[in-house]
Design a protein around this ligand. Structure first.
Ligand SMILES: CC(=O)[C@@H](O)[C@H](O)COP(=O)(O)O
Ligand SMILES: NCC(=O)COP(=O)(O)O
Length: 242
């Protein structure tokens, strides 16, 4: 069965827009875990515009209390590595984002980036952290990820999300299936994420053996869309004095 890790960057983004602890990121994570999520994902970026490094500490405590996993994603800057090695989450997903990147949009070049990744992966593994590398579906060097010491890869699913609902879907899904098989053949577990949502997830999970999906942006939007009837109804009633 595939595990669902809820990415709560967007909750942190909302919180940061007001400068106080509302919404409460830890309480939201607790709610997700109470409702059945298998884990929590957080992707602190260098400007900490949504997830902050101290959220990693707080969410580690929350996930540990539930016996679930925290997955910390990001580029291995010194600040990022300091907090990950201190907190020791269950999993760290390394992503080749530049500091000012809007959102993740590509995976590692495992040949070009090998010298950067090798010591980082070794340091994480020394701290008992499972390591996953964010990769593009067309990556033909997945065996290198294993040689560098990684345990898993995370397939960047934006191309799948873009193809969903188009005639090209089957071809793209086949490419993801082949990438998962290449990873498994290299001895790597397979995670996936980016722009997965309620509509496109079932077809994606016809690919066997996906260990974990991390989902954030669409999940939060879907919560808003599903929640508006209840909430607005209550506001309207309240405003009408009912
Ligand atoms: C690696 C990945 O695909 C996600 O972590 C995604 O980048 C979410 O990050 P943002 O919430 O910062 O867009
Ligand atoms: N690793 C992907 C992730 O955590 C969530 O991505 P998205 O659902 O916010 O696009």
């Amino acid at each position: 069965m595939t595990k669902l890790s809820v990415n709560i960057n967007k909750i942190a983004l909302l919180r940061n827009s007001r400068g106080r602890n509302y919404p409460d990121v830890s309480a939201f994570a607790e709610r997700c875990l109470s409702l059945g999520a298998d884990g929590i994902t957080l992707h602190p970026r260098p400007d900490q515009r949504h997830a902050r490094y101290d959220d990693v500490v707080a969410l580690h405590a929350v996930t540990a209390a539930f016996g679930r996993e925290l997955n910390v994603e990001g580029f291995p800057t010194s600040d990022f590595m300091e907090v990950v090695q201190r907190v020791r989450p269950a999993q760290c997903t390394l992503v080749p984002d530049s500091p000012d990147q809007l959102t993740s949009d590509h995976g590692w070049d495992l040949i070009r980036d090998a010298d950067l990744l090798r010591p980082v992966i070794a340091a994480l593994k020394d701290n008992g952290v499972r390591v996953s590398l964010f990769v593009d579906v067309g990556n033909q060097q997945l065996a290198l990820a294993k040689q560098l010491g990684a345990d898993r890869i995370e397939l960047y699913t934006e191309p799948y999300a873009q193809a969903f609902g188009t005639p090209g879907l089957k071809n793209v899904l086949d490419q993801f299936h082949e990438a998962a098989l290449r990873a498994n053949a290299a001895g790597l577990g397979v995670n996936a994420g980016h722009d997965l949502n309620l509509d496109n997830l079932p077809d994606f999970l016809t690919i066997p053996g996906i260990l974990e999906v991390s989902i954030g942006h669409a999940l939060i939007v879907e919560c808003l869309e599903s929640g508006i009837e209840t909430v607005l109804g209550r506001y309207c009633a309240s405003a009408a004095g009912r």
